[in-house]
Design a binder for this molecule. Structure first.
Ligand code: ADP
Length: 177
C-alpha cells in the first residue's frame, strides 16, 4: 500500500522499512548507536555485521541528533541513525527532541546529496511517544524541509501497523495530493 501527497514528494507506506529502496532509511536508534530492539534490530539484522562496526566508529549520539552510515546489505544506500526521546509524560522536551530528529535527518540527507529518505515512526515503539502526538511533528518537519528546496525530492513514512498508518493519514489528509 502506498499513498502520496504534495505531488508524490511525501508517501505513506505500510510495511517493512528494511525492504525499501531509497537513498537512506532512518533508524530509530538509541544513544549508543550500537543496535537494539524494534526497527533498530531489524535494520542491523538486514544490513549485516558491517553496520555495527561502522556504528561503533560514530561514538554514540545525543537525543535529537542523527549520524549517517552506509547501508551495507540493505537495499537502502545509507542509514541515518536518529536518537529519539524516551517519552516521560510530554513535559520534558520530548516534542522538540522528536522534531530535532526529523530535522537533523533531513539536513544530513541534504548534505549528502540524497534524493529519497524513509522514516519509521521514531520513538513511538519501545520509547513510548504517543503516535497521535508524534505524527504531526514528523509531518511538519519533513514537509518544511522538503519545501525549503535542496536535493531531497521524496520522503516516505513507513509504518508497520495499520493503526499507525491511519494516524499519519489523518495528518496528511490536509495536504494537497
Ligand atoms: P523507539 O525505541 O524509537 O520507540 P521502536 O523500534 O521500538 O523505536 O519503534 C518505532 C516504530 O517502528 C514502531 O512504530 C514500530 O512498530 C516500528 N517498526 C518496528 N520494526 C519496523 C520495521 N521493520 N519497519 C517499519 N517500522 C518498524
Amino acid at each position: 500500500m502506498e499513498r502520496t501527497w504534495l505531488d508524490g514528494r511525501i508517501a505513506l507506506v505500510q510495511g517493512d522499512l528494511t525492504r525499501l529502496q531509497v537513498d537512506a532509511i532512518v533508524n530509530a536508534a538509541n544513544a549508543s548507536l550500537l543496535g537494539g530492539g524494534g526497527v533498530d534490530g531489524a535494520i542491523h539484522r538486514a544490513a549485516g555485521p558491517e553496520l555495527r562496526e561502522a556504528c561503533r566508529a560514530l561514538g554514540g549520539a545525543h537525543t535529537g541528533e542523527a549520524k549517517i552510515t552506509p547501508g551495507f546489505r540493505l537495499p537502502a544506500r545509507h542509514v541515518i541513525h536518529a536518537v529519539g526521546p524516551v517519552w516521560q509524560g510530554g513535559g520534558a522536551g520530548e516534542d522538540a527532541a522528536l522534531a530535532s530528529c526529523y530535522r537533523a535527518s533531513m539536513r544530513l540527507a541534504a548534505e549528502h546529496g540524497l534524493r529519497s529518505i524513509a522514516f519509521p515512526a521514531i520513538s513511538t515503539g519501545a520509547y513510548g511517544f504517543p503516535i497521535k502526538r508524534a505524527t504531526p511533528i514528523a509531518v511538519d518537519e519533513v514537509r518544511r524541509a522538503l519545501e525549503a528546496g535542496g536535493p531531497v525530492r521524496r520522503a516516505v513514512f513507513c509504518c508497520f501497523s495499520p493503526e499507525d498508518a491511519a494516524a499519519y493519514e489523518r495528518v496528511l489528509a490536509v495536504l494537497p495530493a
